[in-house]
Design a binder for this molecule. Structure first.
Ligand code: GTR
Length: 409
């Protein structure tokens, strides 16, 4: 007898469930056209996710400005590298985030496509180049990468380089930009309040049940980065891709849902609160994520701990908000915590929205074999061998997908 695949091992623990129909409005109207989707159902779903899952960033006028701190030749002269400080100012205060941008040398008629994503531990961890400043912001303690007392150190330089294959991205004719998520909100239940939230609320002011948590503020920050990067010489504003891994994959999906300037959305191993269906209740559950990371979602999301059936949404509806833009969801075979099959199933369930636009979904009806990417349509999926992570293999698939969708320009 052949062994069941790792991803099938927990199937017997999946309870029976029914997900909300992506094409039926709250009032019971059946959506049958792309126009109805855009006018009626899409805004309704965005609002449901704002109210019940990710929360809302307070509304206030924010001035966004940027300066290029340094511009150098990098990656053995194949790229130009810019370190850009983006300043965010409200009537209450001002803060900044630092964007590390690599762009191929030379010119393209409309500018280069850009991959934009947050990083976990500071821009200096993304590349071993010695002249990227070490972040002086709060960082998670990880002695193995030299972060102690919540401060980063020289020991962290380049430690995350395998997650950011810069040379490969540049070689594929794309630009890539990253920002430390802690510039926007430190990833910690107490310290996250000291991030960009302070532009709107002082840290003494408690959250309202529907106010954004860290994921909401991270996603907001990605949009503020686009405000600057879309005007940056050499970038094609029509081809900005939002990408993220794991908690930052949840963030990429939410940013892509809210901000349709992102021309493509990529979720890598985003799991619970990302691409995986909450109602399947295997791997990380709503209760588990809210317990461990009380600062990620809005407080109202806690009402769905062990109560997923009451959620007015599920994560296939988040994926559907990427339509009609190309969407790529990827899992890793051993990453059972993120529920690879749940990520696949919700991707399938988003297909009817792509169909409204005459766009093509996945070819597979069930999770494809490991490293057999299903990427010929406008919705793509693969499951990589190995554990949770974002690897060169994953990037190769994303670059090929981007290249296919964007090559016409
Ligand atoms: C885990 C968390 C996941 C995922 C992951 C990551 O601890 O349970 O939801 O976000 O971290 O971001 O690497």
């Amino acid at each position: 007898m052949t062994q069941p695949r790792a991803i099938d091992r927990e199937e017997h623990n999946v309870p029976p469930y029914t997900v909300p129909d992506v094409l039926t409005t709250v009032d019971g109207v059946q959506v049958t056209t792309a126009d109805q989707w855009q006018r009626l159902r899409r805004p309704e779903i965005v609002s449901l996710f704002q109210q019940h899952v990710y929360g809302i960033v307070p509304d206030a006028a924010v001035r966004v400005a940027h300066t290029v701190l340094a511009e150098d030749s990098a990656l053995a002269d194949t790229a130009s590298r810019r370190q850009i400080r983006i300043t965010l100012t409200t009537a209450a205060r001002s803060t900044s985030m630092d964007c590390l941008l690599y762009m191929p040398k030379g010119k393209q008629a409309h500018g280069f496509p850009l991959f934009l994503g947050l990083n976990f531990s500071g821009n200096h961890t993304v590349s071993s180049e010695s002249d990227i400043p070490i972040t002086d912001r709060w960082v998670r303690n990880q002695p193995e990468i030299g972060t102690l007392g919540n401060r980063a150190s020289e020991a962290g330089r380049g430690v995350m380089a395998s997650r950011w294959p810069l040379q490969r991205i540049i070689g594929a004719g794309c630009a890539v930009a990253t920002i430390y998520c802690g510039d926007l909100a430190p990833d910690d239940p107490e310290h996250w309040l000291d991030g960009v939230r302070q532009l709107f609320r002082d840290s003494q002011t408690p959250r309202t049940p529907g106010e954004a948590g860290a994921i909401g503020y991270w996603a907001w920050g990605l949009s503020r980065a686009v405000d600057c990067l879309e005007a940056e010489p050499g970038i094609d504003p029509q081809r900005i891709i939002v990408i993220g891994h794991s908690r930052l994959g949840k963030t990429a999906l939410w940013a892509g849902a809210l901000d349709q300037r992102f021309a493509m959305v990529i979720s890598n191993n985003s799991g619970c609160g990302g691409a995986a269906l909450s109602r399947r209740r295997v791997g990380e559950t709503v209760a588990a994520i809210n317990r461990q990371f009380p600062h990620w979602f809005c407080e109202r999301f806690r009402a769905y701990d062990d109560n997923e059936a009451k959620l007015p949404v599920d994560q296939h509806m988040l994926l559907s908000l990427a339509a009609p833009r190309p969407l790529y969801v990827a899992s890793a075979e051993e990453d059972l915590w993120a529920d690879p099959r749940g990520e696949f199933v919700s991707t399938k369930l988003a297909e009817p929205v792509y169909a409204l636009f005459g766009l093509r979904g996945l070819s597979h009806r069930d999770v494809p074999n490991a490293e057999v990417p299903d990427n010929a349509g406008d919705v793509a999926y693969h499951v990589r061998m190995g554990p949770h992570g974002i690897t060169d293999y994953d990037w190769q698939q994303y670059l090929a997908f981007a290249n296919r969708h964007f090559r016409q320009r």
